[in-house]
Write a protein that binds this ligand. Sequence first.
Ligand SMILES: CC(C)(COP(=O)(O)OP(=O)(O)OC[C@H]1O[C@@H](n2cnc3c(N)ncnc32)[C@H](O)[C@@H]1OP(=O)(O)O)[C@@H](O)C(=O)NCCC(=O)NCCS
Length: 180
Amino acid sequence: MDFVDLAASADLQHRAARLLTSTFTALGTDAWPNLESARDEVTECVAPPNLCVGACDGEALLGWVGLRPMYERTWELHPLVVDPALQRRGTGRALVYEIERRAREAGLIGIALGADDEAYRTSLAQVDLDPHRLFEEIRAIRNLKEHPYEFYEKCGYRIVGVIPDANGPRQPDIWMWKRL
Ligand SMILES: CC(C)(COP(=O)(O)OP(=O)(O)OC[C@H]1O[C@@H](n2cnc3c(N)ncnc32)[C@H](O)[C@@H]1OP(=O)(O)O)[C@@H](O)C(=O)NCCC(=O)NCCS
């Protein structure tokens, strides 16, 4: 597997956009409902100072990841996608570790990310979370339908908060963070 800077290739950017819209549409989210919205996202991801890395096997784009400013020295990982036909083979973790390596090189000390749960894939969705018990709910989180928070935990990220109605009533965003 090779890592490529997506900013350097218009062709890879086009393929990255196709992968983004097809993967997330199949997941039932309307984050990038068409190619045009996905192309706009990729264009933003490759614009300085953002970092954007693809994982390639020969000509094939296996997946890609973006990182953008959020706080002074802690940036936001967004988005991350691996070709559904090629998931669970280590590509996602390899992409996360590569963007972390580049982040460290750039002097960053942390990465944060939001993992939406719009499709009721964890125990934090489809319920009215009590604002006074959010941390208990987080501690007791269960993965009901392969929500990616567990993937990020395996990469060393920890849940640091939840925005209960981020995407609509009972459709939370789960916030995670890792110290580099
Ligand atoms: C989430 C995603 C990037 C993971 O990529 P991947 O290449 O399949 O992940 P890896 O093979 O590197 O997995 C690393 C570990 O996480 C686990 N894992 C991966 N996806 C998981 C999931 N959805 N739920 C639970 N565990 C998961 C793997 O089993 C592996 O565990 P192991 O070390 O015990 O063997 C990929 O599934 C994807 O693109 N999903 C759709 C888009 C998405 O949800 N992006 C994230 C939005 S916040």
